[in-house]
Design a protein around this ligand. Sequence first.
Ligand SMILES: Nc1ncnc2c1ncn2[C@@H]1O[C@H](COP(=O)(O)OP(=O)(O)OP(=O)(O)O)[C@@H](O)[C@H]1O
Ligand SMILES: [Mg+2]
Length: 331
Amino acid sequence: MTDLAMDLGTANTLVYVPGRGIILNEPSMVAISLRDNQVVCVGNEARAMHGKTPGLINVVRPIRDGVVADYDVTKHMITYFINKAITSLFRVKPKIIIGVPSGITQVEKRAVIDAAIDAGVNEVRLVEEPVAAAIGTGMPIGESCGNLIVDIGGGTTEVAIISMLTVAYVESIRVAGDELDEAMARFIKTKCHLEIGAFEGERVKIAIGSAFKLEQRLKLKVKGKDIVSGLPNAILLTDSDVHEALIEPINGIVRAVRRAMENTTPEFAEDIGTKGIVLTGGGSMIKGIGKRLNVELNVPVYRAIDPLLSVALGVGKVLEEWSVYKNVTIN
Ligand SMILES: Nc1ncnc2c1ncn2[C@@H]1O[C@H](COP(=O)(O)OP(=O)(O)OP(=O)(O)O)[C@@H](O)[C@H]1O
Ligand SMILES: [Mg+2]
């Protein structure tokens, strides 16, 4: 079998091949030459170029908030990843299953499908990301019970309650990891008058960011450009500064999970109260998010073992166990 499954994420794209597992996992980034607008490189190589070649190359992320923001660049990126994945396989035109955000519009769906077809695949099937994530984490979504999954990605946070392979409740909000990075950069700019590089906000968030006040004190030196003098400068940030910087988007995520709990039936609420919530997606690795949700919602909270891989493992399983899961596709 040479079909493919793909998690086309805002931050990372993963490709799964049945029988082989995840064979590609690279940043969803494309480097474009400013001289002739041509694609220079994609994925890991593009990320490595970021900020290193000012005036010559622009490194872009063609997926924004989980959906195609730049069609041509997305097409190039998908083509590159598919070709890289199928070099050693023989079928020329594979079928592909792609995970997409649950809030996706018809137009946005069309853009993903067309980009994949243009990239050389034969057939495209779409699966909602929270469903794929739940399958990927091994939740028993085929059973008649409420399974609450929260996938905090780069662009979107998806909260869904799934039972008998059917989505009983879903909400997708465009607040996730990227928003935290931006909130971090805004805070450093307004409170510390320091402008930081594109990846600095993310670095600070990962190193000392938290959704619940940490018990141990952490500090981090951050370098950037002073917005008053225009000269290089460095500041020392503490975990409580960063906690404050991130509190608003984190509250947005917590409120979305609370809405799911409030809007569900008493039966599902009881299941969730017993079995707990499962968190996944790279954003779920922010320190203290499990504790914050546990304290606020009074339910057990678990995190997937490999939060960055859940959707890819889930779409891979849909492909491998097609007869069981074919009805979870949405097109
Ligand atoms: N240790 C960590 N702590 C906090 N955030 C993290 C950590 N590791 C990765 N992240 C964040 O996870 C996000 C990427 O997660 P993921 O790969 O699941 O997103 P994605 O699937 O590409 O996005 P989306 O599902 O929204 O399209 C980024 O915002 C990244 O900063
Ligand atoms: Mg994702």
